[in-house]
Ligand binder design. Structure first.
Ligand SMILES: [Mg+2]
Length: 231
């Protein structure tokens, strides 16, 4: 019998590009719940959880880590609301072959799909729908509103997948797919296979230095991963 594998997909710059919708929604959400607009134009988003971003944004304004944890549920709701409101103004696009790879994996009996994303829980389905994905195709996920450190997310997603699919899945049967060194690192933290795609905004050499198991130009090359895994 084929080995069952759990594929954990990052969203931004791995499955899709939102072309700045997340940043704009974040500004509205912070304004909404805290009543001011901090400068976030130059903030580097790639690979970070929304929790970590919020900490970076708010700590210069005197907010403690505990404050950020306390406002996270409210921030999650506000992000979902504002993303849904503004996303139609952005030219959201799926990354090359992202739809095809998701469809191919869904057809396989030995593949389970889930999300590991820095997005808050309410924001992830908004972005997926805008790029033509059905959020229901990712039965479980772990989100950037659940932990500051991305390394905490793959174990959460794995535990949820084990429960949802009622299958015993070991970390070495997990494949984390993302576009930043933080995605590679969170795969390593679990003991999972790390697949990096060059569809994000990493500097030249940055992804190589993070030493993923597979480094792809984009998901068009995903068949290489399946072939190498013997899947
Ligand atoms: Mg990403």
């Amino acid at each position: 019998m084929a080995t069952t594998r759990l594929y954990l997909f990052d969203i931004d710059c791995t499955l899709l590009w939102t072309k700045g919708a997340g940043r704009v929604a974040m500004g509205h959400a912070i304004q909404d719940i805290l009543g001011f607009s901090p400068a976030i134009e130059d903030l580097k988003f790639g690979g970070k959880t929304d929790w970590l971003l919020l900490q970076e944004i708010l700590s210069p304004h005197g907010y403690t880590d505990e404050d950020v944890a306390r406002i996270m549920p409210e921030y999650d709701r506000a992000m979902g609301k504002h993303l849904a409101r503004i996303i139609c103004d952005f030219d959201v696009e799926p990354c090359p072959s992202a739809h095809e790879v998701v469809a191919q994996l869904r057809e396989r009996d030995d593949a389970l799909l889930a999300l590991v994303t820095g997005n808050v829980r309410s924001g992830a389905p908004v972005k997926l729908r805008a790029a033509g994905f059905d959020p229901a195709h990712f039965a479980v996920g772990a989100y950037g509103s659940e932990a500051m450190n991305r390394d905490a997310l793959p174990p959460l997603a794995l535990a949820r997948a084990v429960e949802h699919y009622r299958q015993n899945i070991q970390p070495q049967q997990v494949i984390v797919i993302g576009d930043t060194p933080a995605d590679v690192q969170c795969a390593r933290a679990l003991g999972a296979v790390a697949v990096a795609v060059r569809t994000g905004y990493c500097k030249p050499g940055e992804l190589e230095a993070s030493r993923p198991d597979f480094l792809l130009d984009d998901l068009t090359q995903f068949a290489q991963v399946l072939a190498n895994l013997g899947a």
